[in-house]
Design a protein around this ligand. Structure first.
Ligand code: CMP
Length: 235
């Protein structure tokens, strides 16, 4: 990780991509931007470890990260993938407890950080941010509820399909009925998101392709008939 320099104007422009700040007038955004420190992390680098003390909140400006925990038998479980415009590290600042999970860069990633006291002050002083924050936390809870339900399914094929549908909901773009996911997670990460092995993911993706549900080109995945795919595997 290294700290880099960014002008105030540039910081404000970049912060405008963070949904938490969408309703804020530029003047207030400028004030918050002033307190933020821009940092760069390389692919695979840890932002922090589960159970460490929370000192900062992170806002993703470029790139993406995975939020993980280790299962009892040492397997990585991916709770979420967060990308541009999203934030993480807020939970331990809000409840004063330790970090609830590990966060690791999935690619070279630029973030802005805000330290604990500045983060808490920003929330206290801006009810619009507090409401937006609650909205995002509510959405994350909904996603986690869906993930718990889907992980309880005994059928790995279904779990992988639901995982693809979830990524499509979060990152997909629709064009003439086709839903494209430009940068799918690597197969091992897909496996860790859907509680199965990389081999099963590889086999299942091939099966979905043969059955005409998807096509793939490198990291790009297209769902050919989103409704049909959803009907087949959703519950
Ligand atoms: P914190 O507990 O400080 O550190 C780990 C961070 O991961 C946590 O704050 C949240 O920002 C993020 N996080 C934990 N669980 C989830 C989840 N289910 N979905 C999205 N983000 C999460």
């Amino acid at each position: 990780m290294y700290v880099y320099v960014s002008s105030s104007m540039e910081k404000i422009e970049l912060l405008q991509s963070v949904s938490l700040f969408w309703d804020l007038p530029n003047e207030q955004l400028g004030y918050i931007a002033h307190q933020m420190i821009p940092k760069k992390y390389t692919s695979g680098e840890y932002f922090f470890l589960e159970d460490s003390e929370g000192e900062q909140c992170f806002f993703v400006i470029r790139g993406s990260v995975k939020v993980t925990r280790l299962s009892k038998d040492g397997r990585e479980v991916i709770l979420a993938i967060l990308s541009e415009g999203e934030f993480f590290g807020e939970m331990s600042l809000l409840d004063g407890d330790a970090r609830s999970a590990n966060v690791i860069a999935l690619e070279d990633t630029k973030v802005f950080t805000l330290n604990r006291q500045d983060f808490l002050n920003v929330i206290k002083e801006n009810p619009l941010i507090a409401i937006e924050l609650l909205k995002v936390l509510g959405q994350r809870l909904r996603k986690s509820d869906r993930q718990i339900t889907s992980l309880s399914l005994s059928d790995a094929e279904k779990r992988i399909a639901l995982c693809i549908l979830r990524i499509a909901d979060e990152q997909g773009t629709i064009q003439r009925g086709l839903v494209s996911i430009i940068k799918m997670p690597i197969q091992q990460d897909l496996a860790n998101m859907s509680g199965t092995s990389r081999e099963t993911v590889s086999r299942t993706l091939k099966l979905f392709e043969t059955e005409g549900f998807i096509t793939r080109d490198g990291r790009k995945l297209i769902i050919l008939d989103y409704k049909k795919f959803g009907r087949e595997f959703d519950f």
